[in-house]
Unconditional design. Sequence first.
Length: 368
Amino acid sequence: MLTHKSRGKYIYIRGTFKVATETIEINWTKTNLLSSKSYSKRFIERFKEEWIEEYKTLNSGYRVKNYADATKEMLSDPHESVSSQDEKNLKRTVTYLGSFNLSKINNKLIGQKALECYDNVKKYSKLKYKSLPRDKQIQISSKHATVNRNFITQVSKVMHYAHENKWCEYMRITRFWTLSGKNRPKYTFTLEEIKNCLNSDAFFYTKLLLVFMLYTGARLQEALNVSWNNTNLASNRPQIDLEKDQIFLWQSKQDDERIVAMHPNLKLWLQKINERNGNLFPWNSLQDKKNKPEGLTNTWKEMLNMAGVDQNKKRHAVRHTYATFLISYANANDSELMDLGGWKSRDMISVYGSTVPEQTRKKINLLP
């Protein structure tokens, strides 16, 4: 039961009430009711009842909602759009934070658990980054960016979702240090380096991945998800459409689809494959294969070594090269770049059609 009295400008309340099986006692607590106004007894009693219900809504969540519960509810919420890759990352964060009450989660805990998940980054945690040599800054920034993207950002999504549902208070999530965008190096391949890679004795599918990403601008996960068996529902055309010379790419970051014209050189490489069934590439994910000799990380390194190419030119450097080549060889403008490479969310393009716009195909075909 709550009692009330005027104290200065506002009306205060105190008393006890039940939340589930727990008795809650509050001392004099300020309300938004003004002492100067005359309220009826009925109004005051109704206000107390509503105040208790609001308290229950806000505070029961603090006690009974842990991180795993909040993540589960977010993933099952039809209004929340979560990509398959983000879902995998979210479930990984639950492994480290799942049992923690939402009210107990803070930046220190999140940082500790992130370093447990990515223990190869722990050795950098006490360094003064800005005083390090440039090459070391780049190395650490790259590793931190991975932790931020795959762990910190996912935790932030859950905590913001929990706050929106009044299960916890708002908190600003701290990320690991990275170089600012303008200071990050953008590695690209030269035409000669690409030729050297393709002429090497490297694994066929590693070279195919280089060709595929170079002529489609696909992100790594987008490329690894491509399958001979997938069909575009809108057009009922295969994902790898050798008849219409086009490829449908599911954009992991935007959760939508874009059509890419198939460059003649890419088609020649695809036609070398006799068994056209299942995924185009043999790697399910970089994480699953990275420590195996036949894995993507190792076969990529071997290809670069054979070609005499800088080891810093990893898979994402191909996407930068794609953009550079579109500007250099096809004279693509900013709008065309965003359209061709899917660098920005935009209205659904030609997903509902069955062909690639001719002007888009012309730009792709201008690539060397």
